[in-house]
Write a protein that binds this ligand. Structure first.
Ligand code: SF4
Length: 361
């Protein structure tokens, strides 16, 4: 938030259409996931109506106007299949809370800002962050399939990094090709799986042709919120890189993993060497041992290993999700007591300028 209480602007870019979709509609039908995304819920009042809720049930002082004002800087976006996993009539539903804009987001909180991880300082060139030794992070797109209210990049200026013209990603790829110390390229955004299969395949091919890049990592929340995205075209786009590909999905709550999502994750697991999950510890959503243990168990059942449990990044608009470090450590230690080691995510925080994630335990 700015000092005056106005939300900091974030450039929202709609999920990118596959280039084939410039052809007449009669000739080419959109893939199912793009059709699903086109009909995603974008209005907070529509979302509440679908769940049989009113603004007053969300919190005292919430009104039609307060919800819409909260959505003005960082709009609501949620696929209908994700809404279908929410409990009807429950204003505290853990999935609803992750996506519903609320009035408190507009209140300035000391210590919470637009660039909590100092990413502007880490920008090596257009579309490329070089924070960690041997790894570079490519901002592949500004689009996502969902807008998470706690997102640390909710104010990120994607306009400066996402080149809508052609050729795209050129500066970032040239930088990677010129620096032989970069062994791993991390595709981030936004969400890389917002790219159509053709564009994603083009990007992977260009990265894959750089001989010193030994690993490619994709960070994505899309398979969790929009499992239709894991289609045959995506699986074949990933297949040539399977042996050097890690995919990190992002699930925060076991209720996110319905049958369709688990099936999609199992398919995804066939096309990469490691399928991992990172969660954010979120007050009122997953800050209890039973929920976190159930999440780890469900992930394992879907072929995914828990990787990180992140402390919230101090991004403006998300302070109400914070869990203090002492409580986070207590939760993690209780989790360690009831889970085998391979199902225990590492509790970490990311600090601006640090050479890697900082363990809290
Ligand atoms: S999907 Fe990821 S990048 Fe997109 S809004 Fe959610 S947390 Fe942020």
């Amino acid at each position: 938030m700015k000092a005056g209480g106005e939300p900091i602007g974030r450039r929202i870019i709609a999920a990118e259409p596959d280039p084939r979709h410039t052809a007449p509609v009669a000739e080419l039908k959109q893939p199912g996931w793009q059709q699903e995304l086109a009909r995603a819920v974008r209005d907070p009042l529509e979302l509440l109506a679908l769940l049989g809720l009113t603004p007053a049930q969300i919190g005292s002082g919430e009104t039609d106007a307060s919800l819409r004002a909260a959505a003005s800087g960082f709009p609501l976006l949620v696929p209908r299949s994700y809404v279908a996993r929410m409990r009807h009539g429950d204003p505290r539903d853990p999935l609803l809370q992750q996506v519903l804009p609320i009035g408190v987001e507009r209140l300035p909180v000391p210590g919470y800002g637009a660039d909590p991880l100092g990413e502007l300082e880490a920008r090596a060139t257009t579309g490329l962050l070089h924070k960690y030794q041997g790894r570079a992070l490519l901002i592949s797109t500004g689009a996502c399939a969902v807008h998470c209210r706690y997102c640390f990049r909710r104010h990120y200026d994607y306009a400066a990094d996402v080149d809508e013209g052609s050729p795209r990603w050129t500066a970032a790829l040239d930088h990677i090709a010129a620096d032989a110390s970069i062994e791993e390229v991390i595709l981030s955004g936004g969400d890389p799986l917002s790219l159509g299969n053709t564009r994603l395949a083009q990007l992977l091919a260009r990265i894959g042709s750089i001989s010193h890049v030994r690993r490619i990592r994709i960070h994505t929340r899309t398979p969790v919120v929009l499992p239709e995205r894991v289609d045959a075209g995506l699986l074949s786009a990933l297949k040539p890189y399977r042996e050097r590909l890690a995919i990190v999905v992002h699930a925060n709550h076991p209720a996110e993993l319905d049958d369709a999502t688990r099936a999609a994750l199992r398919e995804l697991a066939t096309q990469c060497s490691a399928l991992l999950n990172q969660s954010v510890l979120l007050a009122g959503i997953n800050d209890d041992v039973d929920t976190l243990a159930a999440l780890s168990g469900s992930l394992f059942g879907a072929g995914v290993l828990p990787y990180y449990l992140h402390q919230l990044d101090a991004v403006a608009g998300a302070a109400h999700f914070a869990v203090d470090d002492e409580r986070a450590r207590t939760l993690h230690s209780s989790l360690a007591a009831c889970l085998p080691g391979y199902l225990l995510p590492r509790l970490v925080r990311e600090l601006p300028g640090a050479s890697g994630k900082t363990p809290l335990v």
